[in-house]
Design a protein around this ligand. Structure first.
Ligand SMILES: Nc1ncnc2c1ncn2[C@@H]1O[C@H](COP(=O)(O)OP(=O)(O)OP(=O)(O)O)[C@@H](O)[C@H]1O
Ligand SMILES: O=P(O)(O)O[C@@H]1[C@H](O)[C@H](O)[C@@H](OP(=O)(O)O)[C@H](OP(=O)(O)O)[C@H]1O
Length: 318
């Protein structure tokens, strides 16, 4: 009753799963004429040893797949949500509806792209080798100046069967995660008049900033900074409603744990624009697993997030 969603001992199945995803992705790639460029709105998952995300016009992002179990697991997750999975998942057949009902909370999924080095319109992508990317809906596409936060959810960002080394490394990043059920791994806010803004007008906050928020008060200030001047009561209420819907899903969920997975929030930072409403989505599913009892840690993080945002909006109205 515990372990990855995808059958990790069946190599043939894994190959089929990846090949099907590549066939699906090829359909998308055949419809686009523009090239691949670095995705400039990535706030989390940034490390010197990781490949960067790419943008594919008009509306896609390409997320680099890891060359280990995480590749098959993330593709397998999207297959389940989109009801594309087949014989691998007899174990999960009773939870099919639970998975399908996640589809409104996660980015649309379009398969996998095999990208050759010479297809890239850029020299900014490291490594000489070809690579595989998962093709997702670009959640920032409807915004002129997308303000974005990536909040890693749960009381721990390692799976229960992780090595001692991995457990120590992850637990040491942000000890407060056990209390808050979340950690901020990156954010950016559009505010060209801020002294800390880059040339692009955004103030960027790194994972190191997120790890420095060692009190509830500092964490709340960080969310206040994310909301900035643009986030009014109405847009925060909208975010809270979306968080409530995700919470309702997690209250029904008795079967799955979401480790090292995030909530991503996007809102319009351009004051001159008629703004699209904010969106709240779940992202990053390479460590979703079967787990009796569901995910209390994720629920704690949802409560912390909702409570802090609620407090911020109440305080701004006083
Ligand atoms: N569908 C999407 N649309 C737009 N931006 C996205 C999308 N998915 C992810 N991102 C951006 O990419 C960042 C990293 O995403 P994600 O967590 O899935 O990558 P990762 O490589 O698995 O990261 P990590 O190393 O933290 O596990 C997010 O913080 C967000 O800025
Ligand atoms: O969950 P996974 O797939 O094991 O991946 C890790 C996880 O995404 C962490 O968020 C990330 O740390 P940061 O958020 O701190 O960057 C870490 O990077 P690291 O190996 O560079 O520490 C990754 O290895």
């Amino acid at each position: 009753m515990s372990g990855p969603l995808t059958n990790m001992s069946d190599g043939k199945f894994q190959l089929e799963l990846v090949n099907r995803a590549i066939d699906r992705g090829a359909i998308i790639l055949a419809t686009v004429s523009s090239g691949l460029v670095p995705f400039d709105a990535q706030v989390g998952g940034i490390s010197s040893h990781k490949k960067i995300f790419l943008r594919l016009e008009p509306s896609y992002v390409l997320k680099p797949l890891r060359l280990d179990h995480r590749k098959v697991r993330e593709i397998g997750f999207y297959d389940l949500v989109n009801d594309l999975a087949d014989r691998s998942n007899q174990k999960l057949s009773n939870q099919k509806d639970l998975f399908s009902s996640l589809s409104t909370f996660v980015p649309k999924y379009y398969g996998v792209a095999k990208v050759k080095r010479d297809q890239l319109d850029t020299s900014a992508v490291t490594g000489e080798e070809d690579a595989e990317y998962i093709i997702l809906e670009d959640l920032t596409r409807n915004y002129s100046k997308p303000c974005i936060i990536d909040v890693k959810m749960g009381t721990q960002s390692f799976e229960p069967d992780a090595s001692d080394e991995k457990k120590l490394k992850e637990a040491g990043k942000y000890p407060q995660q056990t209390d808050f059920g979340l950690r901020i791994v990156g954010m950016r806010v559009y505010n060209p008049s801020n002294a800390n803004a880059n040339d692009d007008g955004y103030v960027h906050y790194s994972k190191h900033f997120g790890r420095s928020l060692n009190t509830r008060c500092k964490l709340k200030e960080a969310f206040r900074a994310f909301i900035g001047t643009r986030g009014n009561g109405e847009s925060i209420s909208n975010v809270l409603e979306q968080l409530e819907e995700i919470k309702a899903w997690f209250l029904k969920n008795n079967y799955f744990g979401f480790y090292s997975s995030s909530i991503m929030i996007v809102y319009e930072g351009d004051e001159d624009k008629e703004s699209s409403p904010p969106i709240v989505k779940m992202i990053d599913f390479a460590r979703v697993r079967r787990q009796r009892g569901g995910d209390e840690g994720y629920l704690l993080g949802l409560n912390t997030l909702a409570t802090l945002l609620h407090e911020i909006v109440c305080e701004s109205q006083n």
